[in-house]
Design a protein around this ligand. Structure first.
Ligand code: G3I
Length: 484
């Protein structure tokens, strides 16, 4: 008998899944990177998602980075990366006060070199927590937590789009988990963690992330009450992450309504760790059902204006955590273990290409992070002035009443560039609300964006991008690029 929708207790971990034989890599065809789509439709998840003002992400571990078949596929299809384990407390601060950024930095570096953004995961979680934290005297836990958050969020400042600040804080009955943080600080640890993260990285979107909160149920009701309180108190909570570890055919029918009620609080929502497991061996009707599940999930995100994106927890069936944790289950991903696209991939892509996305509700609080929903065709700046060794183009990728999102591509000329500055003047009072992959200086209507510390070097003929969301009418002003 298959387990119920409520996720089973995690069972034993049987270790990382073996790498798929190198020979399988040779068998990967272009079909793994794109499927036939109608004219005008995007042929990758990321392009289709971006056309709808969303991202499509994946989780990658450090081990994945040495698998070029997997990373090529990830880079072709996804524009957001969540480190699978590398930013968790047991990796970053396994002994008190001693920080290890190497593994997380490797994931960030991969993302940056493929123009992908990063969802930071995670700062405060009862799992993958070193023993030194769980065995601290109660009166030392808050200081340890705040120091951990401050140090890690500062290290990754400007390099992550968002943070899962607090991960999996709820029990199934809607009460808060009695973990070391709760025991030391009560429910107030969550607001404290969010405020601490905000102080360290004011531009990162700050999330609470959990599983089995995708439908309307006791657990999501508990989180909803907390979110209402945090918003009312002005705590810097920007979003709710719905992990979405589903069982085939059991995606909750209330998924969209549930995401919408959180969005109506002025919060972003995101599907953060999607997989859809099947009792093995998977038959073709289950794979077709999995496709319908993926389509339904993507459509739910498109229908909620503040749903910013969907991330799958991994790339292919051969590297998923599912078989090790749920023995007898597998095949939860959009690609099989030979990296061939499954019905789920086609369904997700088709949903993105054909789905209708919804513009933000005017009732959404403007003080919170802007949502990303399209309403206009992308427009590109008409001219590309070149000064010095670089050029830049600005493109509106998405707009909604009162706001828009743009990407700026910075290109090196025939020589490599080491540091760049892009400038423009807003024509009609626009203001940037959030900018990533660059640092901005604003003076009246003049905007200057300099490279971040990780994307200043561009090889000859190469390019990098930065992006922003802004308030006001969508505009594509002339932009200049200079390089010292
Ligand atoms: O690093 C050790 C290695 O030294 C040791 O030899 C090996 C022996 O089993 O274990 C390795 O650590 C494992 C770690 O992944 C890195 O591979 C842990 O045992 C294993 O428990 C851990 O599993 C991770 C799991 O979180 C822990 O809860 C999975 O990879 C990771 O995908 C999973 O991700 C979570 C999200 O963070 C939160 N939501 C649920 C999701 C799935 O469980």
């Amino acid at each position: 008998m298959k387990p119920p929708t409520i996720r089973n207790e995690r069972r034993r971990w049987t270790g990382a899944r073996g790498l798929v034989a190198v020979a399988a890599a040779a068998a990967v065809t272009a079909a793994a990177f794109a499927v036939a789509v109608p004219a005008q439709a995007a042929s990758t998840l990321k392009a289709a998602a971006e056309a709808k003002g969303r991202y499509f992400g994946t989780a990658l571990t450090r081990g994945d980075l040495s698998n070029t078949t997997l990373t090529n596929l990830a880079a072709a299809q996804f524009d957001m990366v969540t480190p699978g384990n590398e930013m968790k407390w047991d990796t970053t601060e396994s002994s008190r006060g001693s920080f290890n950024w190497g593994p997380g930095d490797q994931i960030v570096s991969f993302a940056q070199s493929h123009s992908m953004r990063v969802r930071g995961h995670t700062l405060v979680w009862h799992n993958q927590l070193p023993n030194w934290v769980s065995s601290l005297p109660t009166n030392q836990v808050q200081a340890a937590m705040e120091n951990h958050i401050t140090t890690e969020a500062t290290h990754y400042r400007g390099k992550v789009y968002s943070w899962d600040v607090v991960n999996e804080p709820y029990n199934e009955d809607g009460s808060l988990r009695q973990d070391v943080f709760y025991k030391a600080m009560g429910s107030g640890y969550i607001a404290d963690a969010l405020r601490t993260a905000h102080a360290a990285d004011p531009n990162a979107k700050l999330y609470i992330n959990d599983y089995n909160i995708e439908g309307i149920n006791a657990k999501s009701n508990g989180l909803y009450s907390l979110a209402q309180t945090l918003v009312a108190q002005g705590v810097p909570l920007n979003g709710i992450g719905f992990e979405s570890h589903f069982i085939v055919g059991q995606v909750p029918s209330t998924l969209q309504a549930n995401m919408q009620r959180f969005a109506d609080l002025g919060l972003d929502v995101a599907v953060t760790e999607l997989d859809d497991r099947i009792q093995m061996p998977a038959d073709s009707s289950e794979l077709q059902q999995q496709g319908r599940d993926y389509g339904m999930i993507v459509n739910a995100c498109l229908a909620v204006s503040r749903c910013v994106g969907v991330s799958q927890w991994g790339v292919d069936d051969g590297h998923s955590w599912i078989p090790g944790t749920f023995p007898g289950y597998g095949a939860p991903m959009m690609w099989d273990s030979s990296y061939q696209p499954k019905a789920a991939y086609t369904a997700a892509l088709n949903a993105l290409n054909s789905g209708t996305s919804v513009s933000p509700s005017p009732s959404v609080s403007p003080s919170r992070s802007p949502s990303a929903s399209p309403s206009a065709s992308p427009s590109v700046s008409p001219s590309v002035p070149v000064t010095g060794a670089c050029s830049a183009t600005i493109e509106t990728t998405n707009s909604w009443p009162g706001g828009f999102q743009s990407n700026v591509t910075v290109r090196a000329g025939s020589s490599a560039v080491n540091g760049w500055t892009v400038k423009w003047t807003w024509p009609g009072g626009q203001t940037i609300s959030s900018l990533w992959n660059g640092t901005q200086t604003v003076s009246g209507s003049s905007v200057t964006v300099r490279n971040a510390d990780y994307n200043g070097s561009i090889a000859a003929g190469g390019s990098t991008t930065f992006g922003f969301t802004a308030n006001g009418s969508a505009a594509t002003p002339a932009v200049t690029c200079t390089s010292p």
